[in-house]
Design a protein around this ligand. Structure first.
Ligand code: SF4
Length: 353
């Protein structure tokens, strides 16, 4: 059970207040190119993304939001820095939420204008504190981008919105250090009940970035902290969504798609297991229903895991495979046939979910 937070709505997606942890990502196309950006958002949505963010760095981007909205179906967040007019224009063109730091847009009067416009459009605002862009004075006082400095920065931004009578707030406190990010979120979670958007920023690329994100987000989510998340990876954003889904699935927070349970293989393994796992994964990719599929290398741990999954196969040394379905042993087949049968039966089960 997660920590109780207020609930806000981004379009039709709830964040906080016990809603499922939603997955976000950010496009890396030029937002002004509406067709390319919409295509990427649709690819993110197909991979399981709930909310997409685009950077709005000038008026062309703000105008493009209207066309992007018309070609996509998941809620859209406009990421804006410094310019309150862009924030207002983005919402007028359909942005469902803003990511903006109120302290950076030129004073209370402008904050009030943005807050009033956000209220009128039912758009929440995420205050996105980033360790790399903290106020100079806070950096000096706290001796760097410490968790305490990030929390203090967030509190200042929150106070500005609250003075404008605005409370549909989501917070993020991202740093590239896992430990500092985790500490900042833990501190913040004790201080307020605004929903938290969690992430490890600038986590890096590929495996190193995935591991950093999984460790940081895993620690937080396991402690019940985090209402929505983004995995930040250098590269193709669809990978962020896949990784976010897998992190939530590993913690039992999201049951969607196919979860493959496969063993690391050892000297007992009777078949080349990796190609089988890859084949099963490719054949069942994109399925929305939830199904656990076990692909196991031998008859030691294989039958136990295969029985525990919705469907599974345990290979034997002599090149055979025993199928298990919903805890019950089925037939023993030559390995190749066993794989075909496993895929066919898994598809049939998914079609019923
Ligand atoms: S399930 Fe069998 S083959 Fe796979 S790692 Fe365990 S003992 Fe080895």
């Amino acid at each position: 059970m997660g920590k109780h937070t207020r609930q806000v709505f981004v379009g039709g997606v709830a964040i906080g207040g016990g809603a499922p942890v939603s997955i976000q990502s950010m496009t890396n196309t030029d937002t002004a190119n509406a067709a390319a950006t919409a295509a990427q958002i649709n690819a993110l949505a197909a991979a399981g993304c709930d909310i997409a963010r685009v950077s709005v760095y000038n008026g062309d981007c703000a105008k493009a939001l209207r066309a992007i909205k018309a070609q996509t179906s998941i809620p859209l967040v406009a990421d804006i820095h410094f310019d309150h007019r862009l924030a207002i224009e983005a919402m007028e063109n359909g942005a469902d939420k803003l990511r903006i730091n109120p302290g950076n847009i030129g004073g209370e009067a402008k904050v009030r204008q943005v807050a009033d416009c956000a209220k009128a459009h039912h758009a929440p605002i995420r205050i996105g504190v980033n360790g790399g862009s903290l106020e100079k004075e806070l950096l000096e006082r706290c001796g760097g981008p410490t968790p305490e400095a990030m929390v203090e920065s967030a509190r200042r931004h929150i106070a500005m919105l609250e003075r404008a009578g605005f409370y549909d707030i989501v917070l993020s406190l991202k740093a590239s250090s896992v430990r500092e990010s985790v500490k900042a979120y833990q501190l913040m979670a004790q201080l307020c009940d605004y929903p938290l958007h969690i992430g490890i920023t600038e986590a890096g690329a590929e495996q190193a970035g995935l591991i950093k994100s999984a460790v940081g987000l895993g620690v937080l989510l396991h402690a019940g902290i985090g209402d929505t998340l983004r995995v930040s990876l250098t590269g193709e954003p669809v990978q962020e969504v896949v990784a976010a889904g897998q992190i939530l699935q590993a913690l039992g927070l999201r049951k969607q798609g196919v979860e493959i349970i496969s063993c690391p293989t050892c000297g007992r393994t009777g078949v080349e297991l990796l190609p089988v796992v890859q084949r099963v994964r490719a054949a069942l990719q994109g399925e929305k229903g939830y199904l656990q599929v076990a692909v196991m290398g031998c008859e030691v741990n294989g039958p136990g895991e295969a029985r525990g999954a919705d469907i599974g196969v345990a290979f034997g040394r002599e090149g055979s495979g025993v199928l298990f379905k919903q805890g019950v042993q089925q037939k023993k087949l030559p390995a190749e046939q066993a794989v075909e049968e496993l895929i066919a039966q898994a598809k049939a089960m998914l079609a019923q979910r």
